[in-house]
Ligand binder design. Sequence first.
Ligand SMILES: *Cc1c(COP(=O)(O)O)cnc(C)c1O
Length: 356
Amino acid sequence: MNICSPLLEINLKAIYHNAKLIVEKGKEMGIYIDGVTKVSLGDPKIADILVKAGVRGLSDSRIESIKRMREEVDIEYTLIRLPCFSQVEEEVKYADVSLNSEIMTLRALEEASERLGKKHKVIIMVEMGDIREGIWKKDELIMVVKEVLRMKNLELYGLGTNFTCFGGVVPTVETYWEFIDLVEKIEKTFSINLPLISAGNSSSIPLLFEGKIPKKINHLRIGEGIMLGKDTAFRNPIPGARLDTFRFIGEILEIKEKPSMPWGVINEDAFAHKPSFVDKGIRRRALMNFGRQDIDPQGIIPEIPGIEVLGATSDYTVVDIGDYDLKVGDSLSFSLNYSALLQAFTSPYVKKIYKE
Ligand SMILES: *Cc1c(COP(=O)(O)O)cnc(C)c1O
């Protein structure tokens, strides 16, 4: 039986190429690279090629994904979303490392590690301006580090910070020096040497490739840069990276000539937005077999130039196909941005296929 589902084509060779490129640049600069698999929901095939490309470890935001990858790929796993207080046992069981900012959760992790007879490594997150996770007040940081150092089952593995996720704050050489200053104060106060100084994600790629990341920093957690071949500070292609890592493919269900403006009494669309339209007269439009359940309509770009995505409801996407010679049953393919890619991986209706 042929199931009419949109396809996400995953190009493992292209992903490998990008991972290798970034890992090698990291080596040259003295920076370990962890591969972040969260956009792929911890796809074990992707995990496997990241490891083959030489990443130091794998990071994911969900413990279920780490558990799944662990069954097939053996490497150090980091939980990069803050652990859930209510599931610390799972977290200690499946993740070797976690990023943390709450002393309550750290105490619970310590107890769970004790119960399970397993050591767990923790990276304490510091807030540097992007205002998502991390400790901002220096007194609190000192208090947390002090207590963690006394815990028997947790190992203080490093300090970390994150950029360009919530606040859109881009890392700079100056913010890196501020972070290093803080790290060195902590190391001096407690007479310790932290193994990992983990200073960010794909928005650090421009500084990495320009060789501007100060020496003390030795770790980055990279997802999007590997998956899409672009940095996330300015969304520029990474020099030498492949941009053909993923394709989204859908089938045409209807082709009709219709006015480009709706008519009748117009209020809100199905998503409570007031829709706006540009009058381009009568146009040839295709209805595709996917919608918001499968992708972010603003995050897909048709591979054929001149074809335009007009919008989407839950299960349809409306595309202006101009004069292209297309018929019902034909396929159209699209490139995806991060938001659309995440949605495509998350949708159970999108069939994932691998191009080896
Ligand atoms: C998502 C995430 C990353 C990876 O970000 P990319 O932009 O995909 O490289 C790194 N660290 C943390 C804490 C994250 O949540």
